[in-house]
Design a protein around this ligand. Structure first.
Ligand SMILES: *[C@@H]1O[C@H](CO)[C@@H](O)[C@H](O)[C@H]1NC(C)=O
Ligand SMILES: *[C@@H]1O[C@H](CO)[C@@H](O)[C@H](O)[C@H]1NC(C)=O
Length: 542
């Protein structure tokens, strides 16, 4: 009897062992499948190295940092890259595999990764910065204390449903509350496809639900279409937060001041803090006035001043003149390190979002990150891309990795925003550890999709004078450097380019026709002030 029992137990144990082995195998293979699906590290590494080898041959020089920044990535079709280079076919962006062309393992060769920015020039700084004893104090040294956002984003209806105000049908709120509830943004933007979610009933009992307006989804109507139609793998387990995350948006600014207005208006109620970094050096290494500072001080950004922290880069990185990509990367390193070191009260689950001045995320996607739990990270954003204005739209989207939590920024990326923008998180030393601690499988996903824009990337969107200025200040990193040619900086020549969508190498763009009335044509602040910003909304020279 005892033997039988023993045998039985051993059998059981074997079975249990077998069961767990099978389970582990299953989980393991799922994990691999997932990875293959979402970041394809092995494939992309192979692909990236072959692409890099190709680029080496093609360009006749081996610049290891080439293409490290997503926005330098080529645009599909016969369109120029942001930095003035026609790319070989291999470099062209592929919606399905956004990691193509990514250089692997650059972090270790980054000479600026560990070097602390030198900050010993305090006295000489006062010649452009405001008087430290004046009302502005030491502007570039101030700190910012993050506070919880008290905005009532949700409302409780009389029947007990908890609804996102903006995403919920007003009439249904009115029915429940007996009063009109303001729905901001109404009619301002047609949000992609209209979807209507009817309250469902089960067992004949009426479920307490919100009635969503077109463009909003989920039981609380807080999930925008750009998330609903995204590749977020955890859509089924999203929950509302009791206290919103705080969102920090870091940007470097040169002279993209109209796009900056567009950003501030787009994101003012989703973002808690804008870290805006300006340097008195151009990316080429020449002296440059602090234009943004002047505007900040004269009240141009009054409406959002309380959310801006000014970051001042007062030096030019070593080697930045010979290798322009060093200067380009260093801007982001300094922005995130200096900026974040002055932020107080940040929590691990707050959101860090780093953009270039010409990348404007749509507010709905960022609000979602702020108000929900259950999404994975890092997060990228599919942006509509256009040249000279929103009228020359290029096919596809630019999908830029630009969001993670504050915890991930510091644990995985060492507080360096440029590392976030490269797609190498899974090979960062801190990643496995961070993933283990978080208790989740971390999978990169994108807000939006190749057919659902979640933001705008507007390259070279200036008046002709601004384009000329951008040519002059461009980094010494991509050749030919058009800013070196006087005739390319000629305003009439530039007007001709805007007119035809052409490029500095003499090629002409082929773009589908656009209409300012199409959904997600441009940030809504620009559309609302159409006459004022006509030059980026409408081709003035056509
Ligand atoms: C930038 O500012 C720093 C600090 O004030 C100063 O030392 C440096 O010379 C300035 N650089 C240029 C190019 O003006
Ligand atoms: C601030 O300065 C800019 C540039 O000089 C000027 O165009 C703008 O009107 C000024 N704004 C205010 C509010 O004074």
């Amino acid at each position: 009897m005892a033997r039988l029992y023993q045998q039985g137990r051993m059998k059981m144990r074997r079975h249990t062992l077998f069961f767990f082995c099978a389970l582990a195998l299953c989980v393991f293979s799922q994990l691999h499948y997932y990875k293959a699906l979402h970041h394809m590290p092995i494939l992309s590494e192979l692909y990236a190295s072959s692409v890099n080898a190709l680029s080496f041959l093609w360009r006749g020089k081996g610049n290891p940092s080439y293409n490290a920044n997503p926005e330098r990535r080529p645009l599909p079709g016969p369109v120029p890259s942001d930095t003035g280079l026609w790319e070989p076919e291999e470099y062209r962006e592929d919606q399905g595999n956004a990691e193509v062309g990514r250089k692997i393992g650059r972090g270790s060769e980054d000479p600026w990764g560990k070097e602390q920015p030198d900050s010993g020039n305090v006295n000489r700084m006062t010649f452009t910065l405001p008087d430290p004893k004046g009302p502005w104090g030491e502007l570039h040294k101030r700190s910012f204390h993050l506070r919880d956002d008290p905005t009532p984003f949700f409302v409780r209806t009389m029947s007990g449903a908890y609804c996102f105000r903006e995403g919920t049908e007003i009439t249904s709120l009115k029915d429940h509350l007996g009063q009109k509830v303001q729905a901001p943004g109404e009619g301002q933007r047609k949000i992609l496809h209209a979807h209507r979610e009817e309250p469902k009933s089960a067992w004949g009992k009426k479920l307490v639900k919100c009635t969503c307006r077109p463009g909003w989804h989920g039981p609380h109507c807080g999930i925008p279409t750009m998330v609903q139609h995204s590749n977020l793998p955890t859509k089924g387990s999203l929950t509302l937060r009791k206290v919103p995350r705080r969102v920090i948006n870091a940007i470097n600014i040169n002279h993209e001041f109209d796009l900056l207005h567009a950003r501030f208006h787009e994101l003012a109620d989703a973002v808690d803090l804008f870290l805006v970094c300006e340097s008195n050096f151009t990316a080429y290494g020449n002296a440059k006035p602090l234009h943004f500072l002047r505007l900040l001080l004269n009240g141009t950004y009054n409406y959002v001043q309380h959310k801006i922290l000014y970051v001042f880069l007062d030096h030019f990185p070593k080697g930045g003149q010979q290798n322009g990509w060093i200067a380009d990367d260093y801007l982001r390193t300094f922005l995130s390190r200096d900026g974040m070191s002055r932020v107080q009260g940040a929590r691990p689950d707050d959101v860090f979002l780093i953009n270039d001045a010409d990348e404007i995320p749509a507010r709905e996607g960022i609000l979602f990150l702020k108000l929900y739990n259950g999404w994975t990270e890092p997060v990228s954003i599919h942006m509509r891309k256009s040249l000279y204005g929103f009228f020359w739209r290029q096919p596809g989207t630019l999908d830029v990795l630009s969001v993670c939590t504050v915890a991930m920024l510091f644990t995985v990326y060492n507080g360096d925003g440029i590392l976030l923008r490269r797609r190498e998180y899974f090979s960062m030393p801190g990643f496995r550890n961070y993933q283990r601690k978080s208790g989740h499988i971390l999978v990169q996903w994108s807000i939006g999709s190749p057919v659902h824009y979640a933001g705008w990337h507007c390259s070279w969107c200036f008046r002709p004078e601004g384009i000329s200025q951008k040519l002059i200040s461009a980094q010494n990193g991509d050749f030919p450097r058009w800013g070196n040619y006087v005739e390319k900086r000629d305003l009439n020549y530039i007007k001709g380019l805007i007119q035809t969508g052409g490029w500095f190498d003499g090629s002409v763009g082929e773009y589908p026709p656009t209409d300012p009335k199409e959904p997600m044509y441009a940030p809504k602040y620009l559309l609302k002030n159409f006459q004022l910003y006509r030059y980026v909304l409408d081709n003035l020279y056509a």
